[in-house]
Ligand binder design. Structure first.
Ligand SMILES: Cc1ncc(COP(=O)(O)O)c(C=O)c1O
Length: 322
Protein backbone atom coordinates (compact mmCIF):
# COMPACT_ATOMS: atom_id res chain seq x y z
CA UNK A 1 0.00 0.00 0.00
CA UNK A 2 1.26 3.47 -0.85
CA UNK A 3 1.01 6.38 1.59
CA UNK A 4 1.07 9.78 -0.12
CA UNK A 5 2.60 12.18 2.36
CA UNK A 6 4.03 14.64 -0.14
CA UNK A 7 1.62 17.58 -0.48
CA UNK A 8 0.42 18.39 3.05
CA UNK A 9 -3.09 17.33 2.22
CA UNK A 10 -5.69 16.39 4.80
CA UNK A 11 -5.67 12.57 4.86
CA UNK A 12 -9.32 12.20 5.89
CA UNK A 13 -12.09 11.63 3.32
CA UNK A 14 -14.63 14.41 2.69
CA UNK A 15 -17.33 14.90 5.31
CA UNK A 16 -20.42 12.87 4.38
CA UNK A 17 -22.54 16.03 4.28
CA UNK A 18 -20.10 17.74 1.90
CA UNK A 19 -20.02 14.74 -0.44
CA UNK A 20 -23.86 14.52 -0.36
CA UNK A 21 -24.35 18.23 -1.13
CA UNK A 22 -21.88 18.07 -4.01
CA UNK A 23 -23.71 15.05 -5.37
CA UNK A 24 -27.03 16.90 -5.06
CA UNK A 25 -25.68 19.85 -7.07
CA UNK A 26 -23.83 17.84 -9.69
CA UNK A 27 -26.65 18.42 -12.18
CA UNK A 28 -25.78 22.15 -12.18
CA UNK A 29 -22.50 21.68 -14.01
CA UNK A 30 -23.77 22.48 -17.49
CA UNK A 31 -24.40 26.03 -16.20
CA UNK A 32 -21.76 28.67 -15.61
CA UNK A 33 -21.05 29.65 -12.04
CA UNK A 34 -21.36 33.29 -10.97
CA UNK A 35 -19.47 35.77 -13.17
CA UNK A 36 -17.56 37.00 -10.13
CA UNK A 37 -17.75 34.90 -6.96
CA UNK A 38 -19.79 37.33 -4.88
CA UNK A 39 -21.80 34.65 -3.09
CA UNK A 40 -18.63 32.81 -2.01
CA UNK A 41 -17.14 36.07 -0.76
CA UNK A 42 -20.32 36.75 1.20
CA UNK A 43 -20.31 33.27 2.79
CA UNK A 44 -16.68 33.66 3.90
CA UNK A 45 -17.17 37.26 5.08
CA UNK A 46 -20.24 36.30 7.17
CA UNK A 47 -18.33 33.41 8.73
CA UNK A 48 -15.41 35.70 9.62
CA UNK A 49 -17.81 38.46 10.71
CA UNK A 50 -16.16 40.88 8.30
CA UNK A 51 -17.61 43.17 5.65
CA UNK A 52 -17.66 41.52 2.21
CA UNK A 53 -15.40 44.21 0.80
CA UNK A 54 -12.56 43.05 3.10
CA UNK A 55 -12.48 39.57 1.53
CA UNK A 56 -10.96 38.33 -1.72
CA UNK A 57 -11.23 34.78 -3.06
CA UNK A 58 -9.33 32.81 -5.65
CA UNK A 59 -8.35 29.49 -7.12
CA UNK A 60 -6.69 28.29 -3.93
CA UNK A 61 -4.76 30.71 -1.80
CA UNK A 62 -2.09 30.49 -4.47
CA UNK A 63 -4.58 32.06 -6.89
CA UNK A 64 -5.27 34.90 -4.46
CA UNK A 65 -1.52 35.42 -4.05
CA UNK A 66 -1.09 35.70 -7.81
CA UNK A 67 -3.90 38.26 -8.08
CA UNK A 68 -2.34 40.27 -5.26
CA UNK A 69 1.10 40.28 -6.89
CA UNK A 70 -0.37 41.19 -10.27
CA UNK A 71 -2.10 44.11 -8.57
CA UNK A 72 0.98 45.28 -6.65
CA UNK A 73 4.25 44.47 -8.41
CA UNK A 74 5.56 46.70 -11.17
CA UNK A 75 7.43 45.03 -14.07
CA UNK A 76 10.78 43.87 -12.66
CA UNK A 77 9.80 45.04 -9.15
CA UNK A 78 11.15 43.04 -6.23
CA UNK A 79 9.30 40.22 -4.48
CA UNK A 80 11.08 39.16 -1.29
CA UNK A 81 10.56 35.88 0.54
CA UNK A 82 12.59 33.43 2.58
CA UNK A 83 14.08 30.49 0.77
CA UNK A 84 13.58 27.49 1.09
CA UNK A 85 9.83 28.04 1.06
CA UNK A 86 6.54 27.00 -0.57
CA UNK A 87 7.43 25.89 -4.11
CA UNK A 88 4.92 28.18 -5.78
CA UNK A 89 6.50 31.50 -4.77
CA UNK A 90 9.20 31.53 -7.50
CA UNK A 91 6.52 30.57 -10.05
CA UNK A 92 4.27 33.38 -8.85
CA UNK A 93 7.18 35.82 -9.09
CA UNK A 94 7.73 34.82 -12.69
CA UNK A 95 4.03 34.97 -13.59
CA UNK A 96 3.68 38.41 -12.01
CA UNK A 97 6.82 39.69 -13.77
CA UNK A 98 8.57 40.22 -10.44
CA UNK A 99 12.25 39.94 -9.60
CA UNK A 100 12.54 37.27 -6.90
CA UNK A 101 14.63 38.26 -3.87
CA UNK A 102 15.29 35.02 -1.98
CA UNK A 103 16.49 35.50 1.59
CA UNK A 104 18.18 32.39 3.03
CA UNK A 105 16.55 30.74 6.06
CA UNK A 106 18.46 30.96 9.33
CA UNK A 107 19.88 27.77 10.83
CA UNK A 108 17.08 25.79 12.43
CA UNK A 109 14.57 26.68 9.71
CA UNK A 110 13.62 30.17 10.95
CA UNK A 111 12.78 32.99 8.54
CA UNK A 112 15.29 35.84 8.81
CA UNK A 113 12.89 38.71 9.51
CA UNK A 114 15.70 41.28 9.78
CA UNK A 115 17.01 40.42 6.31
CA UNK A 116 13.48 40.16 4.90
CA UNK A 117 12.67 43.57 6.35
CA UNK A 118 15.74 45.07 4.66
CA UNK A 119 14.87 43.40 1.36
CA UNK A 120 11.29 44.67 1.65
CA UNK A 121 12.45 48.30 1.63
CA UNK A 122 13.24 48.15 -2.09
CA UNK A 123 10.66 45.52 -2.99
CA UNK A 124 7.09 45.92 -4.21
CA UNK A 125 5.99 42.91 -2.16
CA UNK A 126 7.19 40.58 0.58
CA UNK A 127 5.79 37.18 1.52
CA UNK A 128 5.95 35.72 5.00
CA UNK A 129 4.80 32.13 5.31
CA UNK A 130 3.58 31.49 8.86
CA UNK A 131 3.73 28.76 9.94
CA UNK A 132 6.47 28.14 7.46
CA UNK A 133 6.53 25.54 4.71
CA UNK A 134 8.62 23.36 4.73
CA UNK A 135 10.12 23.83 8.20
CA UNK A 136 6.88 24.12 10.21
CA UNK A 137 8.34 27.00 12.26
CA UNK A 138 6.08 29.73 13.61
CA UNK A 139 7.03 33.39 13.88
CA UNK A 140 5.59 34.48 17.25
CA UNK A 141 2.78 37.04 17.01
CA UNK A 142 4.71 39.90 18.63
CA UNK A 143 7.71 39.52 16.31
CA UNK A 144 5.46 39.21 13.29
CA UNK A 145 3.53 42.36 14.12
CA UNK A 146 6.75 44.25 14.72
CA UNK A 147 8.01 43.13 11.30
CA UNK A 148 4.78 44.19 9.58
CA UNK A 149 4.95 47.61 11.22
CA UNK A 150 8.47 48.16 9.84
CA UNK A 151 7.68 47.28 6.22
CA UNK A 152 7.17 50.45 4.14
CA UNK A 153 3.50 51.29 3.59
CA UNK A 154 3.85 51.01 -0.20
CA UNK A 155 5.20 47.41 -0.05
CA UNK A 156 2.53 44.70 -0.12
CA UNK A 157 2.86 42.17 2.70
CA UNK A 158 1.44 38.75 1.90
CA UNK A 159 1.05 36.79 5.11
CA UNK A 160 0.51 33.20 3.99
CA UNK A 161 -1.32 31.34 6.74
CA UNK A 162 -2.24 28.18 4.83
CA UNK A 163 -1.60 26.06 7.95
CA UNK A 164 -2.79 28.41 10.69
CA UNK A 165 -5.57 26.10 11.89
CA UNK A 166 -2.90 23.62 13.07
CA UNK A 167 -1.30 26.22 15.38
CA UNK A 168 -2.25 25.98 19.08
CA UNK A 169 -5.01 28.54 19.59
CA UNK A 170 -2.97 30.43 22.20
CA UNK A 171 -0.10 30.96 19.73
CA UNK A 172 -2.21 31.98 16.73
CA UNK A 173 -1.52 35.56 15.66
CA UNK A 174 -4.55 37.87 15.48
CA UNK A 175 -3.56 38.61 11.92
CA UNK A 176 -7.05 39.17 10.52
CA UNK A 177 -7.47 41.98 13.06
CA UNK A 178 -4.22 43.58 11.93
CA UNK A 179 -5.51 44.43 8.44
CA UNK A 180 -7.42 47.34 10.03
CA UNK A 181 -4.12 48.80 11.18
CA UNK A 182 -1.95 47.94 8.15
CA UNK A 183 -3.48 48.84 4.76
CA UNK A 184 -0.65 46.98 2.96
CA UNK A 185 -1.32 43.62 4.66
CA UNK A 186 -3.03 40.69 2.93
CA UNK A 187 -3.72 37.65 5.12
CA UNK A 188 -4.04 34.48 3.04
CA UNK A 189 -5.95 31.40 4.15
CA UNK A 190 -7.21 28.28 2.43
CA UNK A 191 -9.80 25.53 2.51
CA UNK A 192 -7.20 23.10 1.11
CA UNK A 193 -5.54 21.96 4.32
CA UNK A 194 -7.50 21.92 7.59
CA UNK A 195 -10.82 21.85 5.70
CA UNK A 196 -9.74 18.99 3.46
CA UNK A 197 -10.92 20.60 0.20
CA UNK A 198 -7.62 20.77 -1.73
CA UNK A 199 -9.26 19.65 -4.96
CA UNK A 200 -11.99 22.33 -4.75
CA UNK A 201 -9.42 25.13 -5.10
CA UNK A 202 -10.81 27.71 -2.73
CA UNK A 203 -8.52 30.17 -1.01
CA UNK A 204 -9.29 33.56 0.43
CA UNK A 205 -7.58 36.67 1.60
CA UNK A 206 -8.47 39.35 4.11
CA UNK A 207 -7.30 42.91 3.55
CA UNK A 208 -8.22 46.53 3.96
CA UNK A 209 -11.12 47.19 1.50
CA UNK A 210 -8.98 49.47 -0.71
CA UNK A 211 -6.35 46.74 -1.16
CA UNK A 212 -9.03 44.04 -1.47
CA UNK A 213 -10.70 45.96 -4.28
CA UNK A 214 -7.37 46.37 -6.10
CA UNK A 215 -6.74 42.62 -5.84
CA UNK A 216 -10.32 41.83 -6.88
CA UNK A 217 -9.72 43.54 -10.24
CA UNK A 218 -7.54 40.55 -11.18
CA UNK A 219 -10.34 38.07 -10.51
CA UNK A 220 -10.85 35.94 -13.62
CA UNK A 221 -14.55 35.80 -14.62
CA UNK A 222 -16.29 32.45 -14.06
CA UNK A 223 -13.14 31.08 -12.37
CA UNK A 224 -14.74 29.77 -9.19
CA UNK A 225 -17.04 26.80 -9.80
CA UNK A 226 -20.32 26.42 -7.95
CA UNK A 227 -19.50 22.97 -6.49
CA UNK A 228 -16.57 24.44 -4.52
CA UNK A 229 -19.01 27.03 -3.13
CA UNK A 230 -21.34 24.22 -2.04
CA UNK A 231 -18.38 22.43 -0.43
CA UNK A 232 -17.31 25.52 1.51
CA UNK A 233 -20.83 26.47 2.58
CA UNK A 234 -21.53 22.93 3.85
CA UNK A 235 -18.13 22.65 5.58
CA UNK A 236 -18.71 25.85 7.51
CA UNK A 237 -21.89 24.33 8.96
CA UNK A 238 -19.81 21.40 10.26
CA UNK A 239 -17.25 23.51 12.06
CA UNK A 240 -17.10 21.30 15.17
CA UNK A 241 -16.49 18.09 13.21
CA UNK A 242 -13.76 19.79 11.20
CA UNK A 243 -12.12 21.07 14.37
CA UNK A 244 -12.11 17.51 15.73
CA UNK A 245 -10.34 16.40 12.58
CA UNK A 246 -7.71 19.08 13.02
CA UNK A 247 -7.29 18.00 16.66
CA UNK A 248 -6.77 14.41 15.46
CA UNK A 249 -4.10 15.49 12.95
CA UNK A 250 -2.34 17.58 15.61
CA UNK A 251 -2.37 14.64 18.06
CA UNK A 252 -0.98 12.34 15.38
CA UNK A 253 1.67 14.93 14.47
CA UNK A 254 2.82 15.17 18.08
CA UNK A 255 2.78 11.38 18.55
CA UNK A 256 4.89 10.79 15.43
CA UNK A 257 7.23 13.71 16.15
CA UNK A 258 7.92 12.55 19.71
CA UNK A 259 8.92 9.08 18.52
CA UNK A 260 10.94 10.26 15.52
CA UNK A 261 12.81 12.83 17.60
CA UNK A 262 14.65 10.05 19.41
CA UNK A 263 16.56 9.20 16.22
CA UNK A 264 16.18 12.22 13.93
CA UNK A 265 16.40 15.98 14.13
CA UNK A 266 12.70 16.71 13.61
CA UNK A 267 11.76 20.35 14.21
CA UNK A 268 8.78 21.26 16.39
CA UNK A 269 5.87 21.69 13.97
CA UNK A 270 2.91 24.07 13.99
CA UNK A 271 1.45 22.54 10.83
CA UNK A 272 0.20 19.21 9.46
CA UNK A 273 3.70 18.16 8.40
CA UNK A 274 7.11 17.51 9.91
CA UNK A 275 10.50 18.75 8.79
CA UNK A 276 13.58 16.59 9.20
CA UNK A 277 16.43 19.08 9.56
CA UNK A 278 18.81 16.41 8.27
CA UNK A 279 20.84 17.73 5.34
CA UNK A 280 23.22 14.76 5.40
CA UNK A 281 20.64 11.99 5.80
CA UNK A 282 17.91 12.71 3.24
CA UNK A 283 18.87 9.61 1.24
CA UNK A 284 18.77 7.37 4.33
CA UNK A 285 15.29 8.66 5.10
CA UNK A 286 14.16 8.17 1.51
CA UNK A 287 15.37 4.58 1.38
CA UNK A 288 13.69 3.68 4.68
CA UNK A 289 10.38 5.34 3.82
CA UNK A 290 10.25 3.93 0.29
CA UNK A 291 10.67 0.39 1.67
CA UNK A 292 7.46 0.97 3.62
CA UNK A 293 5.51 2.51 0.74
CA UNK A 294 5.70 6.06 2.11
CA UNK A 295 6.17 8.99 -0.27
CA UNK A 296 7.56 12.24 1.16
CA UNK A 297 9.25 15.39 -0.21
CA UNK A 298 13.04 15.26 -0.30
CA UNK A 299 15.24 18.35 -0.53
CA UNK A 300 18.71 16.98 -1.06
CA UNK A 301 21.28 18.62 1.16
CA UNK A 302 18.49 20.33 3.15
CA UNK A 303 16.00 17.92 4.68
CA UNK A 304 12.76 16.00 4.26
CA UNK A 305 9.17 17.17 4.55
CA UNK A 306 6.63 14.59 5.61
CA UNK A 307 2.88 15.19 5.79
CA UNK A 308 1.00 13.83 8.80
CA UNK A 309 -1.26 11.13 7.39
CA UNK A 310 -3.96 8.86 8.79
CA UNK A 311 -3.05 6.43 11.57
CA UNK A 312 -1.99 3.67 9.15
CA UNK A 313 0.30 5.97 7.21
CA UNK A 314 1.82 7.39 10.38
CA UNK A 315 2.43 3.91 11.75
CA UNK A 316 4.15 2.99 8.48
CA UNK A 317 6.41 6.04 8.96
CA UNK A 318 7.27 4.96 12.50
CA UNK A 319 7.99 1.43 11.34
CA UNK A 320 10.29 2.76 8.65
CA UNK A 321 12.19 5.26 10.78
CA UNK A 322 12.27 4.04 14.38
C1 LIG B 1 2.47 27.77 2.38
C2 LIG B 1 1.43 27.40 1.41
N1 LIG B 1 0.65 28.36 0.91
C3 LIG B 1 -0.31 28.07 0.02
C4 LIG B 1 -0.52 26.78 -0.39
C5 LIG B 1 -1.50 26.53 -1.48
O1 LIG B 1 -2.70 26.25 -1.05
P1 LIG B 1 -3.97 26.38 -1.98
O2 LIG B 1 -4.40 24.98 -2.20
O3 LIG B 1 -4.91 27.17 -1.14
O4 LIG B 1 -3.60 27.09 -3.22
C6 LIG B 1 0.25 25.74 0.11
C7 LIG B 1 0.04 24.37 -0.35
O5 LIG B 1 0.82 23.48 -0.16
C8 LIG B 1 1.26 26.07 1.04
O6 LIG B 1 2.08 25.15 1.52
Amino acid sequence: MEHLLTLNENPLPPLASVAAEIARHITDINRYPEFYPERLKGIIADWLELPTDAVVVGSGSVGVALQALQASVRPGGGLAYAWRNFDAYPLLAEMAGARAIEVPLLPGGHQDLDALGKAAVDADAVIVCNPHNPTGRLVPADQLKEFIALVPADTLIVLDEAYVEFVDSGDRPDSVEWVREFPNLLVLRTFSKAYGLANMRVGYGVANPVLAQRIGRYQLPFAMGSLPVVAVETSLREQRELEERVEFIVRERDRVAAKLSRSWNVLPSHTNFLWFDEPERTEDIRRALERHGVRARYFEGEGVRLTVGDTDANNAVLQALT
